[in-house]
Design a protein around this ligand. Structure first.
Ligand code: SAH
Ligand code: SF4
Ligand code: F3S
Length: 467
């Protein structure tokens, strides 16, 4: 009899990828993915620990799930609650204590052992306990990548593929080196095989994932290691793979091979997320980012020389301990000089166990809020300007999902902008009969002329269908 698993994903794209792998590993054990937690035999919360609120959301979700679990128990049904991901890794035993409704806690490197953990949980529950107590937050020597199946059903033309995991950089504010462990790169052959399978299913765009993706140095099968630039070239050879993206990169690891991939490899998209965090050398040093602002500008210059239309995005932290008005002004100045297509910014959040959390000179909350608002206003201005500059241009858009209006599909431009395209009036052989006459466009690459540009999305008119 088939069972239901509901997986709720928080945090970064790597968690999205991992959630799919967990679904894959459970499938042969009779578990079907369910969109809802009601009546699920197993609920997995795949959590994120990057900032305070991320973990708090998980605890309130567990509270809600406990009510469902109790209702099901009253009807003689069993629900297992599992917590996976970075909160699980960082606070596993404490979570078990704080939330007795949790049956299983598993860290990001143990997902291939999920079926064993379920068996252990089932045995404990038949022993009459209200909740099981299974905890696995190891960093096993044999990696999960050697064991996790990758046979997910096709769900769209754009897919994620984890190529690197973990981080050895130890920025003083960040939990990732503790929750994901040491840097590990998958062998080139495994990645090419997985990408080939995805393309055979209809995927045309792949985003290579890694906490430090450009530190990639995977086994090249010839006794050496391949850089990310070399990996991109290897993937470009796969027939039918039209777009390659990668995230997240560190400015220190932007080597020439990768910079030149942006110049030479047509499928390597002209968009790069290159977090800088701060524009002040003093703060960059305190963050242990291992580069100066001038070095960051130099990387950006090299990239733009290789690929003049490259669009950049970044992450910023405001209110890092000891950040003065002058430091913050230096961040605004960096943003003005680089000119981003988009960027994310966050208030510094002290993470337990990280060096920055015990620095005395924490910045008051109201100062953080005020700085964040100013930074976001500037970023927003640049994003609007970037989108408005797209008006009148013709670009390729990969249509990925339905919009709110009838006949409207939403896709991504090469620069990762959301583009809304009305395909309902298109006179094209792709039009299928039935109540969704535009369904033939879904998952396709089309050429559009951009006619409107707002802060968060563009509107395009169909010029032609490419594939
Ligand atoms: N590997 C990436 C970032 C991973 S975390 C890099 O090297 O940049 C994603 C983003 O969350 C970071 O870029 C940072 O801006 C933010 N972040 C991480 N720790 C944080 C903290 N303690 N407080 C606020 N923001 C944080
Ligand atoms: Fe965190 Fe720094 Fe590693 Fe990025 S490079 S994951 S911010 S420690
Ligand atoms: Fe969050 Fe872990 Fe990703 S802390 S951002 S889920 S690596």
């Amino acid at each position: 009899m088939s069972k239901k698993v509901h997986i709720k994903t928080y945090g970064c794209q790597m968690n999205v990828y991992d959630s799919k792998r967990m679904a894959d590993v459970l499938k042969p054990h009779g578990y079907e993915v369910s969109e809802s937690a009601d009546d699920a035999d197993l609920v997995i919360l795949n959590t994120c620990h990057i900032r305070e609120k991320a973990a708090e959301k998980v605890y309130s979700e567990i509270g809600r799930l406990r009510a469902t679990k109790d209702e099901m128990a009253a009807e003689g049904k069993n629900m297992f609650i599992a917590v996976a991901g970075c909160v699980a890794q960082a606070e596993g035993p404490e979570m078990m204590r704080r939330a007795p409704a949790i049956d299983m806690v598993l860290g990001p490197q143990t997902y291939h052992r999920l079926p064993d953990m379920l068996k252990a949980a089932e045995e404990q529950r038949t022993g009459g306990r209200k909740s099981a107590r299974v905890l696995d937050t190891d960093f096993p020597v044999d990696t999960k990548f050697d064991h996790l199946p990758t046979d997910s059903d096709f769900d769209g033309p754009a897919a994620f593929l984890t190529v690197q995991e973990g981080c050895d950089k130890f920025c003083t504010f960040c939990v990732v080196p503790y929750t994901r462990g040491a840097e590990y790169s998958r062998p080139v052959a495994d990645i090419v095989a997985e990408a080939t399978r995805l393309v055979a299913k209809g995927v045309v765009e792949i985003t290579l994932l890694g906490q430090n993706v450009n530190a990639y140095h995977g086994d090249d099968g010839q006794g050496g290691t391949a850089s990310l630039g070399a990996l991109i070239r290897a993937l470009d050879a796969i027939d039918g793979l039209e777009r390659i993206r990668y995230t997240t990169s560190h400015p220190r690891d932007m080597d020439d091979e990768l910079v030149f991939a942006h110049r030479d490899v047509a499928s390597c998209m002209p968009y790069l997320h290159l977090p800088v965090q701060s524009g002040s050398d003093r703060i960059l040093d305190a963050m242990n980012r291992k580069h100066t602002r001038e070095e960051y500008f130099a990387v950006v210059d090299r990239l733009r020389a290789a690929r003049p239309d490259l669009a950049l995005s970044s992450d910023f932290i405001v209110g890092f301990p000891g950040e003065t008005d002058e430091d913050f002004e230096a961040t605004l100045d960096l943003v003005r000089r680089v000119n981003y297509a988009q960027a994310y910014s966050f208030k510094y959040s002290p993470r337990p166990g990280t060096p920055a959390s015990v620095i005395e000179d924490q910045v008051p909350e109201d100062v953080k809020s005020e700085r964040l608002a100013r930074l976001q206003a500037l970023i927003n201005e640049q994003q609007v300007a970037f989108n408005e500059a797209s008006i009148g241009k013709t670009m390729d858009v990969l249509l990925e999902r339905e919009g709110k209006m009838p006949g409207q599909l939403i896709g991504r431009s090469p620069y990762l902008q959301s583009v809304h395209v009305d395909v309902s009036k298109a006179d094209n052989a792709l039009d299928a009969a039935g109540d969704k006459p535009y369904s033939g466009y879904m998952g396709k690459m089309v050429r559009v002329m951009i006619v409107e540009g707002g802060p968060n999305s563009l509107k395009g008119e169909l010029v032609s269908t490419l594939h």
